[in-house]
Design a protein around this ligand. Sequence first.
Ligand code: SF4
Length: 184
Amino acid sequence: MERLLLHVCCAPCSVAIIEELRSVYGLTAFFYNPNIYPEAEYLKRKAEVIRACGRWNIPLVDQDRENERWEERVSGIPQDREGGSRCSACFRLRIRRTAEYAREHGFGLIATSLTGGRNKRSLVINAIGRAVAEPLGLEFVREDWKRKGRQERGLALVREMGIYRQDYCGCRFSLEDRRKGSEI
Ligand code: SF4
């Protein structure tokens, strides 16, 4: 079985992906989400990912929060709404760290649950994933995890397991947008 390192952004987006991929690959989950603000929310989301992985005994690599690194990476980028250049930088940072870890630890394949998010554009994320993975000699599994019934399966698992569902994407800007009542 080929080994795949799956970057997981949160439990609601990743639970159906984990369920699907665990029988196809030698799967390891990778939690690296320095965007999540505040820390209490980060810990809450991480605890749910630990719980989701525990359901199928999937090993989980827990990286540091490194919120300063994320802040540094997005500083100077015009702070537009979700989906703009700040988000591309955010995706790139998270996928790059996943790819670096994969290369250091002998994985040939990487993927991310990010395209499972209902507002996430798979074309953008998959292009970033490929551009990051290929120079490191890795294959990025391009998918839109919202499709082929995964979104519905994810919702069913979230209900069944009572998984916490956040109401903003993750960073302080998206939290502010949610507080202002705009859609995320
Ligand atoms: S809105 Fe989401 S994807 Fe965009 S920068 Fe914030 S956390 Fe990252």
